[in-house]
Design a protein around this ligand. Structure first.
Ligand code: TRP
Length: 447
């Protein structure tokens, strides 16, 4: 079958968009920022943002893709009214995906390494664990490159298969598998006394702990976790059949994404509280605190560690696919490259910059790749979080809220949403979402 006209099935789309949304953001980042910002109150702000802003923008991005039916640049061009075709430049948000991949793929590489040490020996003390992580991070660039390459190759192979045989098929298998693992871990963790503490920590809000910074982080994370603002969801939605219900699909994806973040948090905090760790450990939470706990559980712990890191790898890889596909589709559809050539060049580009990212955190090389006080790794991550993604988010909101004809937008959603919900959604896209994004970008630049 010609891949360009291949369409997702309904379930294929929902699972693939869920695969895009559920990533390192859910299993690594959400639990650690929840820990750092004090638990319940932070979680509550995050849930409210997902509901009020995140889900609305997600649906808006789907509308552009489904209506445009093309790569991200051409979809903007197609849907912009005559005289406003310059909107096609908004489509270049698709390159943000490659920028994200320069560090995202490196982190997936770390997870592969942790799967490997689940077999060969987990650290027994916190000092050990810090040492192992630090060794990997700062002293083993070549090993990191090998694992980074492994992730690049996996993603490339899936992308070569196209929408149906590559992306849909992979997600149809891996996402149920991921859910199965996480639910298994949750059931296991429910037997701990630590589980009750975990529930309390995550769901009993203590507003005295809620700082302005926590709110900014919660809003920012709600974008990142739903994969908004770089054309990933738009590109997937371009392969939707005519009569798809975007409202339902959007809610479903937002729900699954949130559910998985909450399960991951509960599992991780249950282990921590049960075996004497503290939740506020920052980015090292899953790479430093957890391995020590798993080590305490002997052979059983090794198995749990392996399964846990496997789940993380699956979550990361299915997101990675969605980060590269927008570029591939653009090169293929608009510039008429062969799919293979598009996949190879996109992969090569972020692979090479990823290698520089690795050297930018390695002792002995990092001097060459530090800008001001920030390593290339930090510079790229920071520009994504505080500039590129907010920019993409606001362009999408303005385009759907003000530029696209209202009846096209209505035609896509009104029948499914009903009048009242549509009005609320449209209001959110026109006013709440742009203001929230501006607030986010403004505050991010201040720090
Ligand atoms: N949402 C993914 C995560 O939580 C990351 C991701 C995948 C992403 N595709 C994206 C983020 C598109 C922004 C835009 O890890």
């Amino acid at each position: 079958m010609n891949q360009q006209v291949a369409k997702f099935s309904r379930i294929g789309f929902v699972l693939s968009a869920t695969g895009a949304a559920v990533g390192l953001g859910n299993i690594w980042k959400f639990p650690y920022i929840t820990g750092v910002y004090g638990g319940g109150a932070f979680v509550l702000v995050y849930l409210v943002t997902i509901l009020l802003i995140g889900a609305s923008l997600l649906i808006a991005e789907m509308v552009i893709g489904k209506r445009g039916q093309k790569d991200c640049v051409s979809s903007f061009e197609e849907l912009a009214p005559a005289g406003k075709k310059g909107w096609k430049y908004a489509g270049f948000m698709l390159f943000t995906g490659l920028v994200i991949m320069t560090f995202y793929s490196v982190v997936i590489g770390w997870i592969f390494y942790y799967m490997y040490i689940s077999f060969t020996g987990l650290p027994v003390t916190i000092d050990d664990a810090k040492h192992i992580f630090d060794n990997l991070y700062a002293h083993a660039p070549f090993m990191q490159i090998v694992f980074h390459l492994l992730s690049v190759v996996f993603v490339a192979v899936v992308l070569l298969g196209g929408i149906k045989k590559g992306i849909e098929k992979t997600n149809l298998i891996l996402i149920p598998f991921l859910l199965f693992i996480l639910l298994g871990l949750l059931v296991y963790a429910m037997n701990f006394d630590g589980f009750t503490q975990a529930v309390h920590f995550m769901f009993a809000p203590d507003f005295s702990k809620l700082s302005a910074e926590a709110i900014i982080r919660a809003v920012g994370h709600s974008f990142f976790t739903l994969s908004i603002g770089i054309g990933s969801i738009m590109t997937y939605a371009a392969a939707l059949p005519k009569h798809s219900n975007l409202y339902q699909a959007g809610l479903m994806v937002a729900f699954m994404d949130t559910l998985i973040a909450l399960i991951a948090g509960l599992v991780i905090f249950s282990f921590l509280f049960q075996f004497g760790g503290t939740p506020d450990k920052g980015p090292g939470l899953v790479f430093v605190s957890l391995p020590v706990i798993f080590a305490k559980l002997g052979v059983m712990g090794q198995g749990i560690a392996l399964v846990f890191f496997l789940a993380m790898a699956v979550a990361g890889l299915t997101s990675a696919i969605s980060l590269v596909e927008p570029s591939v589709m653009y090169l293929e559809d608009r510039l008429k490259w062969r799919r293979k050539k598009a996949v190879v060049w996109s992969s090569l580009l972020y692979f090479v910059i990823g290698v520089l990212v690795i050297f930018s955190i390695s002792d002995g090389y990092k001097g060459l790749l530090t800008f001001g006080k920030k390593s290339l790794f930090d510079v790229l991550e920071f520009s994504v979080d505080s500039f590129l993604m907010p920019l993409g988010g606001i362009l999408i909101a303005i385009f759907v809220g003000y530029v696209m004809k209202r009846d096209i937008v209505e035609g896509e959603l009104l029948g499914h949403m009903g009048n009242a919900v549509f009005k609320i959604w449209y209001f959110s896209i026109r006013y709440i979402a742009p203001l929230a994004v501006l607030f986010l970008a403004y505050n991010a630049l201040k720090v």
